[in-house]
Write a protein that binds this ligand. Structure first.
Ligand code: MSP
Length: 496
């Protein structure tokens, strides 16, 4: 298997001190669309998600519930696993940082860094934010708080340090040689200026609490939660067994989907840890934007984080996925409002795609003996419509390689629009073929609904991949099931 045919995509692993909400659903749905797209495009795919279970924040939350951190982690990790089920997520693996396979890999990377002289013991004094699980310089604080608004505490303890400062030039060389490694461009620029400004060595162990992986040989220290967490991306590939096919096939051609708040960890610390351990840095990191809810910041205290279950119950899984991917450019911030959701879903799904499919399938059912009609003589409009549908794969592939989901969907829906405009002037076979193309291409984004449409066109399971777009047109005379509406229409909802 060559790297060009392999595709490894990851979500951040989610802290178990919180329960799943829209902010966690977002990268998960995006990574799922990518994984599904690549599988349909003939690639060998690994799609990894999971939970981040160690650290002071989780320890404190568990204590406030009066249960052990492990019990607390077990409970909340299953909620994230349940989120994957609710959102029709096709992950191949779900990693938990409390699993033996992960702990073994983190111990191994620590020992490797130590052997290579990248770690030393020294006194630490500085600011730490438990909420962010991050260290801050005095100069970064804003009104005595972290730049994220989180509280910080003064910390003085003996820590192990990673020689991050020694990696500045090699990090800059990595960014330089890989202009696509950090996206979007604005994030890349931020990272490059941060590294250019100079790096300090990074504290990578703690002694004031115990919920973490003990430092090999120094059990009074636990490994810094970010070194622990980032390593999940390779422990899931069986690191330290770098000869294992999982590792050799999927590393380093990875795409890490992350939120804009955790870019520094992924684009600075992670490549430095990897290179220092003698491994390749990741090939791409894409940072998406943040959602507000009805104009407000999503926060635990406001309790406005929408759980995936609520989203799915209210709109259905495919419409919810469609909205998240279509509404915003993936790198931008935006607002989630029920008004916007209802407007978008009624117009794009119920009116545009839903009506097209319904009209065509009902006409075929009534007038063509409920089976795929004969193509007949194609007229100019027929050829134009089919050509537009045929050109889509290449366009969408280009957009997806840049994680531009909204543009990919916009391109598909442009052809939905054309088909709708010509519905009365084209032959039914052409329209059915156009719908087949559209449904095949829509599968990564709205797998359930697209699958139902393909069922209604009697497209066999083996003819639903992208190669089948050209190789397996509809066969005239194939009997079709009774048409059924695919996309519900929603009532204009009051906010909330
Ligand atoms: N555990 C770390 C990640 C470790 S990865 C090796 C973490 N977890 S988290 O649960 O706090 O956040 C996970 C992701 O959810 C982050 O990428 C974050 O950007 C994303 N989101 C949380 N709230 C969000 C919004 N309101 N909008 C969009 N994404 C948001 O960080």
């Amino acid at each position: 298997m060559t790297a060009a045919r392999a595709f490894f995509v990851t979500t951040p692993i989610f802290y178990v001190n919180d329960t799943p909400h829209l902010g966690h659903a977002y990268p998960t749905v995006a990574a799922d669309a990518l994984a599904r797209f690549m599988r349909l495009d003939g690639k060998r795919v690994k799609f990894l998600t999971g939970t981040d279970e160690h650290g002071q924040k989780v320890e404190q939350s568990a204590r406030s519930f009066g249960i052990s951190p492990q019990e607390f982690a077990d409970r909340n990790s299953s909620a994230f696993r349940e989120m994957t089920r609710l959102l029709d997520i096709s992950n191949d693996d779900f990693i938990r940082t409390t699993e033996p396979r992960h702990i073994r890999g983190v111990e191994a990377i620590w020992q490797q860094l130590e052997r290579r002289g990248e770690i030393y013991l020294g006194p630490f004094a500085g600011w730490y934010s438990v909420r962010d699980e991050a260290f801050y310089d005095e100069s970064e604080l804003v009104d005595g708080k972290a730049p994220t608004g989180a509280d910080v505490e003064w910390l003085e303890e003996e820590n192990y340090f990673f020689r991050l400062s020694a990696w500045q030039d090699r990090l800059l060389a990595y960014y330089d040689a890989n202009p696509e490694a950090i996206a979007p461009r604005s994030r890349r620029n931020e990272v490059v200026s941060f590294v250019r400004a100079g790096l300090r060595d990074l504290s990578i162990s703690r002694t004031s609490f115990s919920w973490g992986i003990p430092v090999p040989g120094s059990p009074s220290h636990v490994i810094y939660v970010w070194l622990d967490a980032l390593t999940n991306y390779i422990t899931a590939l069986r690191y330290p067994d770098t000869e294992d096919p999982d590792f050799s096939i999927f590393w380093p051609t990875v795409l890490h989907i992350v939120g804009k708040d955790i870019v520094r960890f992924h684009a600075v610390y992670w490549p430095a840890f990897l290179m220092a351990a003698g491994l390749e840095p990741p090939s791409r990191i894409f940072a998406h934007g943040w959602w507000t809810i009805e104009g407000q910041k999503m926060s635990k205290s406001l309790g406005n984080g929408i759980p995936p279950g609520v989203l799915v119950e209210r709109y259905g899984v495919d419409p919810a996925r469609y909205f998240l991917l279509r509404e915003l450019p993936f790198g931008s911030d935006g607002d989630f409002s029920h008004r916007a959701v209802v407007g978008r879903l009624n117009s794009d799904l119920a009116n545009d795609f839903g009506n097209l499919a319904q009209r065509v399938l009902v006409m075929i059912n009534r007038n063509c003996d409920a089976s795929v009609p004969e193509p007949g003589e194609p007229a100019g409009l027929d050829t134009a419509l089919i050509d537009a549908a045929r050109g889509l794969l290449e366009t969408v592939r280009g957009q997806i390689s840049e994680q531009a989901f909204h543009l990919a969907l916009e391109a598909i829906w442009r052809v939905v629009g054309e088909a709708n405009r010509y519905v009365d002037e084209t032959v039914l076979y052409t329209l059915a073929e156009a719908i087949r193309h559209l449904a095949i291409l829509a599968q990564p984004f709205i797998p359930g609904a697209a699958g139902k449409l393909l069922d209604q066109l009697a497209v066999p399971m083996t003819a639903r991949c992208f190669a089948a777009l050209e190789s397996a047109p509809l066969i005239p005379g194939t009997p079709l099931p009774k048409p059924e509406g695919i996309f519900p229409r929603f009532l204009e909802a009051p906010a909330g």
